[in-house]
Write a protein that binds this ligand. Structure first.
Ligand code: ATP
Ligand code: MG
Length: 447
């Protein structure tokens, strides 16, 4: 059996599902009770009441019918009407009815009519249009006789009150259950919000509350968050301590090199060493920068992403470098809530890579209803699919031989970009550019 369609019809959220779990039993119970009760109980009660009414009517009918003349018949009718609490008119013309008039919700009226028709062979018409009264016409030898009596003598009064009561109580119970449910679900929602925020690098305060299971999940999450935060802090401290401590001897080295006696024999070596020292300084700067990134998160603001990408491309193409902007929304068309400096840095890193490893870069920004995608393509050698994950890791440089002539990178560009994009709830994908043959790096950001 395939229950996929059933699954698709189910509400997605916890609230919806909870409400359904609550409502389904209540509604079906009410349905069953209504059907059984109204069908059986009221039908029987009505039958019995109408049945005893029938006896009186039959007696009245036969007494009137057996009278010798019309005057005696009227006297007999009047004499019987008082003790039986009926109101009788003889003769009374039968009104022209189409069937039996009754109120549309008067279901017991059907039973009453049926019973009357069964028990009174000379019944001519029944009128139930006045909910409080039963009026009927009997054919006698002296013309039609109109008999009327209160409706509650023929059927239980106000059966719909039960329905109204049941629906009202049902609604009330649903409301109460919903309030309870909401209180139970709120801690789960708060936990989800906190987890999502933490994934984006924000720290939302969270107080443990709710049912035992939710509490323990919350506590476990708080533990985990604390551990991750401690790890990040330690990493940051370690990196900055190392970088900082390396700087001093490095400065001393640079100084020492510049004070070397000018001996033509070693001039080349000294130049090489100076270059290496500079390179090391650059690396240390990059490490320091990387380790500080987590600590200095600027607040997000409304930013024109199109403008940001356009600026990044303009900046990168300075000095005639081959960077091309292909698609980009009009200014003001794509305003997004993000940390502009960080996103700018991610885009810069991708363009920088494309220029360094791929000679030229083609940038485009496409927005759909739910995401904005910045992609940077190049015509270089690309990265083999099985090394994409590796390239995204910090401090990894792939295939150093091929990069040598282009200046060494630190191996942080992609991982910083990934970090930034993830902290905005987005992602960074690498694949092969179909058009240019090099790498296609794409940032997706939720709108
Ligand atoms: N567009 C590209 N084409 C081919 N290889 C690339 C491309 N972009 C990145 N790579 C490879 O992935 C590796 C990691 O890139 P990443 O940007 O993280 O570091 P990097 O460029 O070496 O150093 P940094 O960007 O920190 O200066 C690079 O060393 C390079 O080998
Ligand atoms: Mg790079």
């Amino acid at each position: 059996m395939n229950f996929k369609w059933l699954k698709q019809m189910m509400p997605r959220g916890l609230y919806g599902r909870g409400a359904m779990i609550l409502l389904l039993p209540i509604v079906s119970m009410q349905l069953v009770v209504s059907v059984v009760f109204i069908q059986r109980h009221f039908e029987r009660v009505t039958q019995q009441l109408t049945g005893s009414m029938l006896l009186e009517l039959q007696m009245l009918d036969s007494w009137v019918d057996s009278a010798p003349d019309a005057k005696t018949a009227r006297d007999r009718a009047a004499a019987l009407a008082a003790p039986l609490a009926l109101s009788v008119t003889l003769p009374s013309p039968v009104p022209e009815f189409d069937g039996t008039p009754r109120r549309f919700y008067d279901f017991t009226g059907i039973v009453v009519t049926d019973q009357l028709k069964l028990g009174l062979y000379d019944l001519q018409a029944v009128d139930l249009s006045d909910g409080g009264w039963v009026r009927l016409w009997l054919g006698t030898r002296f013309g039609s006789m109109e008999v009327s009596f209160p409706r509650d003598r023929a059927s239980a009064s106000n059966p719909h009150q039960l329905l109204v009561l049941m629906v009202a109580v049902g609604l009330l119970m649903t409301l109460i259950a919903y309030l309870f449910l909401r209180n139970q679900l709120r801690p789960i929602r708060r936990l989800a919000v906190m987890a999502e925020a933490f994934g984006k690098g924000q720290n939302v305060t969270y107080r443990i509350s709710g049912a035992t299971e939710v509490r323990s999940a919350g506590a476990a999450f708080l533990d985990m968050r604390a551990r991750i935060e401690r790890n990040i802090e330690q990493r940051t401290m370690m990196l900055s301590a190392i970088s900082h401590d390396l700087r001093t001897p490095l400065t001393r080295l640079r100084l020492g090199l510049s004070m070397m006696p000018q001996d033509p024999e070693y001039a080349q070596d000294v130049t090489d060493m100076e270059r290496d020292v500079d390179e090391m300084g650059r690396l240390i700067d990059a490490f320091l920068d990387f380790s500080r990134r987590d600590a200095q998160a600027a607040p997000a603001e409304d930013v024109d992403l199109g403008q940001l990408v356009r600026e990044a491309v303009n900046h990168a193409s300075r000095g005639g470098r081959p960077v091309e902007l292909r698609d980009c929304p009009q200014p003001g068309a794509l305003i997004m809530h993000l940390r502009a400096d960080d996103i700018r840095r991610a885009v810069d890193n991708l363009i920088g890579n494309a220029l360094r490893y791929g000679d030229r870069a083609v940038v485009s920004l496409v927005a759909s209803e739910r995401t904005a995608r910045v992609s940077v393509e190049d015509a270089g050698p690309g990265i083999a699919p099985d090394r994409h994950d590796e390239a995204l890791r910090p401090f990894t440089r792939l295939d150093p031989s091929r990069n040598q002539d282009r200046g060494q990178g630190v191996g942080l560009g992609l991982s910083i970009a990934l970090d930034i994009v993830r902290s905005h709830g987005g992602n960074l994908y690498l694949r092969k550019s179909a058009e240019l043959g090099g790498l296609w790096a794409e940032i997706t950001l939720p709108r």
